[in-house]
Ligand binder design. Sequence first.
Ligand SMILES: Nc1ncnc2c1ncn2[C@@H]1O[C@H](COP(=O)(O)OP(=O)(O)OP(=O)(O)O)[C@@H](O)[C@H]1O
Length: 208
Amino acid sequence: MEKIVEIKNVSMNYHTLDRETVALKDLSFEVYKGEIVVIVGPSGCGKSTILSIISGLIKPSSGEVIVNGKPVSGTNKTIGYMFQKDHLFEWRNILKNVLIGLEIQNKLNEETKARTEKLLEMYGLGEFKNYYPSQLSGGMRQRVALIRTLAIKPELLLLDEPFSALDYQTRLAVADDIGRILKKEEKTAIMVTHDISEAISSKWLLFR
Ligand SMILES: Nc1ncnc2c1ncn2[C@@H]1O[C@H](COP(=O)(O)OP(=O)(O)OP(=O)(O)O)[C@@H](O)[C@H]1O
């Protein structure tokens, strides 16, 4: 199987004026194409740090990170990042929200627009494309955020506690939903969470 991510002996120390914090120490793992991997750990154990390193937002203190066979050096358009909060723009309707990545990357054309509209249709948001984010439920908003991330056709998705802002029941339903969408789109994804029940009960592990 094709290796998408290789983390080799990565350590990360943050330095502030009064202290040094060891966020990651000698971490190694691999993720293969089509896998959905969940990393579970308590608050402060370095989950966001490892996602930031993989996405190229920060450089590790030591160790090697390889994505798609190349060492990571800076941010990379083939990686999609989904955060705890959906960060939808309240003044743009749903369609305009999901098109924003394509707009920024200068890839918005008839074909990419049609493909993105199809994703909205497929995942139950077609009839809401002219709505504004405030008119949608929290779960629907997270689905919009995922489609916005998928619209740029990332090869790898990084999900940083994407359900933590939702109530418990919605969280499980949305986790299930998003797991199914990622599997159907044949995406490789790494999700981090502090909530072990979220990782287990949401069937994510069954996708490995
Ligand atoms: N920019 C920074 N400067 C200094 N210390 C930092 C910085 N970012 C993170 N840290 C520290 O590094 C450790 C790991 O942080 P990180 O945010 O990666 O953990 P986390 O597991 O994602 O936590 P949470 O679940 O609370 O978001 C923590 O002790 C944190 O205080």
